[in-house]
Design a protein around this ligand. Structure first.
Ligand code: ATP
Ligand code: MG
Ligand code: FE
Length: 350
């Protein structure tokens, strides 16, 4: 099938046309970074207005590049949540308009499911698989049992992993988004100079916490001489933070791996998804953990880890194949957990 995907849940306007073999016929991502930069974070009103201004042109462009007419599409997919409601409404309305005008199935995609299913576009990954979802707004361990069946083993009790990268980057004056900048500085730093904590390490369960680590980085930064950071200090702070965060993720994931291999012995894959999955130090650490449990690590190429519409189109194809078509009055959902029955962070399942 040939599916158009639209992503507008945060600060990227993105469109893509993907076919059933996983071939990307065309894609475009327009970042709003410059528009939000003066405010030090994403401003929802500005984001929604910008999506509205750009989405039609982007959609037309990818359709032209794909050499496809709307009539040739087998479905129209858009992120229907979770995310900033104004932006989600813009993308979903656009998809509804195309679906209605051309009589095509509408596919309302969960943005997190799109991150989660990307590995099945890039690699052969049958269900079930263990998923580490590390993005700007989420940090979770899930068992992916089917296109629309997720079982959450753990989540963060405070910050998401990407959020921690972004906050530390801001503290260090590295700008937004922080992940790529922190990774670059960390590559030439000494991770052992600052003794940063590994939150929750050694405790049972799969939940995460990063706020204590963030505070420790702040205190270390404040203990340095006033004025701009020396380059070596900046590199050591970034390296120490990144190493602690990855170590902490790995410790929590270890419990997830044990639970997964016990409950789903037929499972063969560990998948990492979301923007933080673009981090090469994290990917290296996960590879070792997966292999120790006899699992293959699947990490999509970095450009498919951060927000894009290829993953939305692909999730649409997966839904279409299962007959999971949505009515034209489907509502946008600012909150939309992958596992609606998961206990709160820190809780346990009955
Ligand atoms: P969500 O998917 O939870 O709704 P989002 O869509 O805003 O949130 P993504 O686009 O999936 O988030 O990921 C963006 C996050 O990934 C940012 O926090 C960014 O700092 C982080 N990130 C991107 N590249 C890297 C990297 N190389 N290392 C670490 N973090 C990274
Ligand atoms: Mg973004
Ligand atoms: Fe995302």
């Amino acid at each position: 099938p040939l599916v158009l995907g639209i992503e507008t849940s945060c600060d990227e306007t993105a469109c893509a046309v993907v076919d059933g073999t996983g071939t990307v016929r065309a894609e475009a991502v327009l970042s709003q970074l410059d528009e939000h930069a003066p405010f030090g974070g994403v401003v929802p009103e500005i984001a929604a207005r910008s999506h509205l201004e750009h989405v039609d042109r982007l959609m037309t462009r990818v359709m032209t590049q794909a050499g496809a007419t709307y009539g040739e599409l087998d479905g129209v997919a858009a992120t229907a949540g979770p995310g900033l409601i104004g932006g989600v409404m813009v993308g979903l309305m656009t998809a509804k308009a195309v679906a209605l005008a051309h009589g095509k199935p509408l596919l309302a995609v969960n943005h997190l499911a799109a991150h989660a299913l990307t590995a099945r576009l890039t690699d052969t990954v049958p269900f079930p698989y263990l998923l580490l979802l590390v993005s700007g707004g989420h940090c979770q361990i899930l068992v992916v049992e089917a296109v629309d069946r997720f079982r959450r083993l753990g989540t963060t009790i405070d910050d998401a992993a990407g959020e921690a990268f972004d906050k530390v980057a801001k503290m260090l004056g590295l700008g937004y988004p922080g992940g790529p900048a922190v990774e670059r500085w960390a590559a030439r730093g000494n991770a052992g100079r600052f003794a940063f904590p590994r939150p929750l390490k050694g405790r049972p369960g799969c939940d995460f916490s990063f706020s204590g680590l963030k505070t420790a980085v702040r205190q270390a930064a404040e203990s340095l001489p006033p004025g701009p950071f020396a380059e070596a200090d900046l590199a050591d702070l970034a390296a120490g933070f990144q190493a602690a965060l990855i170590d902490s993720l790995g410790d929590r994931l270890e419990h997830g791996l044990q639970a997964f291999t016990a409950s789903h012995p037929e499972g063969r894959h560990l998948v990492v998804a979301g923007g933080v999955a673009a981090n090469s130090a994290l990917r290296a650490a996960l590879l070792a953990r997966a292999e120790a449990h006899g699992l293959a690590l699947v990490a999509p190429p970095p450009r498919l880890c951060t927000d894009n519409a290829v993953m939305v189109a692909w999730a649409g194809i997966e839904r279409l194949r299962q007959g999971l078509i949505d009515p034209l009055d489907v509502a946008p959902r600012p909150r939309w957990p992958l596992d609606p029955h998961a206990p709160p962070a820190g809780g346990t399942r009955p």
